[in-house]
Design a protein around this ligand. Structure first.
Ligand code: NDP
Ligand code: OXD
Length: 322
């Protein structure tokens, strides 16, 4: 008789018990192991992860799948002892819609001066702020992947002028009969396209994965290339941002505001200077989420492909880093 499938839930900072009912429903025969009591490590077939404890994955000899519970995998590849096994991420339309709602809110709350209206309302003052048509406001999205494209589409539908930046060239609707971008999206790519992209971002949205190439990309040099007073929205990762450079750019007026959902230190400590700066709006990494049932289903699909010898269809390209 073959051993039952064993799935371990590994995180150094999240309580994964919320995932158990969905995994029990998806894998009724499997052993699910959570927390400190992982049992014999040699039984574990799949690891469902968010910031897994460093070195632990390397101690699982039977491991066939490393499954991220998110779209990003940087929290897994940060492990210097990461074993050579397929790493899969979540690709989920609901996650795209959640991110779209967050990014549209973040753009609008700043461009339509919602902070000022909240202050006026609290003081019972009827006070108008300037009303600028969306098409006069240029939103740039760094990262035209699953999430960046979903956001671009929604912002275009509202009427914003939208541009995007990716690593590789994209076929746009203006120049190609078979475009991979929505009509109206102006595309830039690579290091050579970055300056032109940034020069037209009244709001810059970071939806990049965290890789060796993108770590620290939101820095003084980049801020200098944005229009003065630009709004930065970081929904990528905290380590995209050089924090001291953000504070400096806000103090100089080079940037006008920042909305940050991803921070290098999560939770952000109460004494962190970002909390005290009225131009910075912090949200606690809630831009979007994926339902446990979707994570369980994608884990099952990914395992099935790996067991069928088709890992390359679902595994992240670790050379590329995303
Ligand atoms: P994808 O892998 O689908 O897309 C990544 C995009 O970034 C691609 O367009 C890629 O270019 C581009 N890119 C990668 N490296 C570079 C580079 N060096 N220069 C320029 N462009 C680059 O990722 P997703 O859209 O699914 O997710 C993006 C990130 O969003 C995740 O990695 C995660 O960090 C973050 N995230 C945050 C959440 C939150 O709640 N705050 C929730 C979910 C995700 P190309 O198209 O050429 O390959
Ligand atoms: C993700 C995240 O990567 O939530 O999915 O940040």
């Amino acid at each position: 008789m073959s051993a039952p499938l064993t799935i371990a839930f590994l995180s150094s900072n999240l309580d994964f018990s919320y995932l158990l009912p969905a995994f029990q429903a998806q894998f009724p025969q499997a052993q699910l192991r959570l927390g400190q009591d992982l049992g014999p490590l040699e039984d574990i077939d799949a690891a469902v992860c968010w910031c897994p404890p460093e070195g632990l994955l390397a101690r699982l000899p039977r491991l066939r799948l490393i499954q991220s519970v998110g779209a990003g995998i940087d929290h897994i590849t940060a492990d210097p002892a990461l074993p050579d096994r397929p790493v899969c991420r979540i690709i989920d339309p609901d996650m795209g819609q959640g991110m779209t709602a967050y990014v549209c809110w973040a753009v609008i709350q700043q461009q339509r001066h919602m902070g000022a209206y909240l202050r006026s309302a609290a003081a019972r003052r009827w006070e108008e702020q300037p009303v600028q048509p969306p098409r006069q406001h240029r939103v740039g999205i760094a990262g035209l992947g699953t999430l960046g494209l979903a956001c671009a589409q929604a912002l275009l539908a509202i009427g914003y002028s939208v541009r995007g930046w990716s690593r590789t060239h994209k076929h746009d609707a203006k120049h190609d009969a078979k475009p991979d971008l929505p009509a109206g999206l102006q595309a830039f790519h690579g290091a050579a396209g970055l300056a032109d992209f940034l020069a037209g971002c009244d709001t810059l949205v970071c939806l990049l994965p965290l890789t060796d190439d993108t770590r620290g990309i939101l820095n003084r040099e980049l801020f200098r290339q944005l229009p003065r007073g630009a709004h930065l929205i970081n929904v990528g990762r905290g380590d995209h941002l050089v924090e001291a450079d953000l504070l400096e750019a806000l103090a100089e007026g080079r940037l006008g505001a920042a909305t940050l959902d991803a921070l290098s230190q999560e939770p952000l400590p109460p004494q962190h200077p970002f909390w005290a700066d009225p131009r910075i709006l912090i949200t606690p990494h809630i831009a979007t989420r994926t339902a446990p049932a979707v994570i369980a289903r994608q884990t099952a699909d990914n395992l099935a492909r790996i067991d069928a010898g088709r890992a390359s269809e679902v595994a992240v390209d670790l050379q590329r880093g995303y």
